[in-house]
Design a protein around this ligand. Structure first.
Ligand code: NAD
Length: 491
């Protein structure tokens, strides 16, 4: 990639270096080369950004001017679309995601609607609803009552590296459409897509200074200012469950609401009446983007009665996963994001072997790729539901295969997880699949290969996969407060 990314932070409408002037490297995970640097924001920078967001929310009129918000979101959308190809190349370079993924969930799909749908909803959202007249105390005083929806205020937005632009846009769109201001703290591994948004906001939109701030940092704890500051009204976080818990604990001091999109350990459940030849090979798609997706169905549950048939189909499916250079459109999988992440994934693979699971394929680092943080597409079979590799989120190209006896047993295994994010069920009978779906405790499910995704589709988790929903009406409401007002009805 020839073009170098935006290094500056956006604070109070200005594109700035970090206080102190430090920078940190942005490294390409496929080549291990330094792409360039980003301003290394400090806690002082973050505090300045929070103060700007507070002032802008309280004083700029953004919260009460839906026409301004629609116009500005349209400007930002146009600016992003104008740089779509540069953004694509940048994402592939800093995330290491296969370019194939950018034509779908990594870029083009969210760019199409993550901002435009919330912007359209500004006019259609139910900002006010009447409760009708009532004599609340039964003492002869008739009152009209209304429920008003209002922005929450200053939202701290903290995001991960795996689908960075998808996650940022699906927060930014609803946060701004609902009239809030925000401070974005992107993941240190992938800062440029976020700083690019900062530049576009500053240079190509009329968004008032301070409504959007972007503070990148190599220090995770700079994000903690957002959890603790009394000037931040809410934290919207996507990332690991461990960090989510820490944010929730820190936010409790100021009792701010937290919206958490966390980890997952979802299932692909193939029932005994399914067409195995079409259903089973699809399970190897956990290797797409090297398994770095929170909603990836990383546990494959297959009926014991057809177990061998399933394994016979899985071997070739894994052997057929093309991987390597993420700029090559034929590759489904590039590297994982960092050496640290590669070591973490390899640690889980070693643990799986030690626990007695059998490797059907993969399990190592590819010998033919001497640069980049690659892991072989890996499939463990004969996995027990309580093994660490069946319980922990690995976030790498690793599938575990678990046999079940009947539908009840399959549901029990699926729900034997502290997570509850997503999943897939395949059956020859859609009604049977729906019946099983109703018993699985997860926030989204695809039936018979169906896809639930969209800016209008609430996404989030049960249990330790999170609190709240992103996208859909629920994903707009979450960025609002509720005010109920009443007044006497004149006789
Ligand atoms: P992470 O939790 O390590 O980091 C996420 C973000 O939080 C980063 O910006 C990081 O700098 C910041 N952070 C870390 N510690 C912090 C603290 N104490 N206070 C404030 N901010 C802090 O996650 P990651 O490794 O970047 O991403 C991978 C994880 O994200 C996986 O567990 C994955 O399942 C999850 N994820 C979830 C979803 C979802 O929607 N449910 C989507 C994508 C990724």
């Amino acid at each position: 990639m020839s073009e170098v990314g935006e290094r500056r932070l956006l604070i109070d409408g200005e594109l700035v270096e970090a206080s102190g002037g430090a920078t940190f490297d942005n490294v390409n995970p496929a080549t291990e080369e330094v792409l360039g640097v980003t301003a290394d924001g400090t806690a002082a920078d973050m505090e300045r950004a929070v103060a700007a967001a507070r002032r802008a929310f309280d004083e700029s009129g953004w919260a009460t001017d839906p026409e301004l918000r629609k116009r500005c979101l349209g400007q930002l959308q146009a600016a992003l679309e104008a740089e779509q190809e540069a953004l694509r190349a940048e994402l592939v370079a800093e995330v290491g995601c296969p370019i194939l993924s950018t034509w779908g969930p990594q870029l083009d799909a969210p760019l199409k609607e993550a901002i435009t749908w919330p912007a359209e909803m500004i006019d259609r959202f139910e900002w006010k609803r009447s409760l009708g007249p009532k004599d609340p105390f039964g003492m002869g005083s008739l009152n009209e009552r209304e429920v008003w929806k209002e922005p929450v205020g200053v939202v701290g937005v903290i995001t991960p590296w795996n689908f960075p632009i998808e996650i940022i846009l699906n927060k930014l769109g609803p946060v701004l459409a609902m009239g809030n201001s925000m401070v974005l703290k992107p993941a240190p591994d992938t800062p440029w897509n976020a700083t690019r948004i900062g530049r576009l906001v500053a240079e190509q939109t009329d968004i008032p200074a301070g409504i959007v701030n972007v503070v990148a940092s190599s220090d995770h704890l700079v994000g903690e200012v957002l959890s603790t500051s009394p000037d931040v009204d809410m934290v919207a976080f996507t990332g690991s469950t461990a960090t989510g818990k820490r944010i929730m604990a820190a936010a409790s001091e100021t009792l701010k609401p937290v919206f958490l999109e966390l980890g997952g350990k979802s299932v692909t459940m193939v029932l005994d009446d399914a067409d195995f030849a079409s259903a089973i090979p699809g399970a190897a798609m956990v290797c797409f983007h090297a398994g770095q997706g929170c909603a990836m169905p990383t546990r494959l549950l297959v009926p014991r009665s057809r177990y061998d048939e399933a394994l016979d189909l899985l071997g070739p499916a894994f052997a057929g996963i093309s991987y390597g250079d993420p700029t090559d459109a034929s590759n489904l999988m590039g590297p994982v994001v960092s050496a640290r992440q590669r070591d973490r994934v390899m640690g889980y693979i070693d643990q799986g072997k030690a626990e007695g699971a059998r490797l059907l394929c993969g399990g190592g680092r590819p010998a033919h790729l001497d640069r980049g943080w690659f892991v072989e597409p890996t499939c463990f079979v004969d996995v027990e539901p309580d093994m660490a590799i069946a319980q922990e989120e690995i976030f790498g190209p690793v599938l575990v295969v678990i046999p079940f006896d009947d539908d009840d047993h399959a549901v029990e295994i699926a729900n034997n997880s502290r997570y509850g994010l997503s999943g897939m069920i395949t059956s020859g009978d859609l009604e049977r699949a729906k019946g099983v779906a109703a018993r699985i405790r997860t926030g989204t499910l695809g039936l018979n290969g169906g896809i639930w995704y969209g800016a209008d589709a609430p996404f989030g988790g049960y249990k330790q996969s999170g609190i709240g929903r992103q996208c859909g009406i629920e994903g707009l409401e979450i960025f609002t407060e509720t005010k109920t007002v009443g007044w006497p009805v004149q006789p």
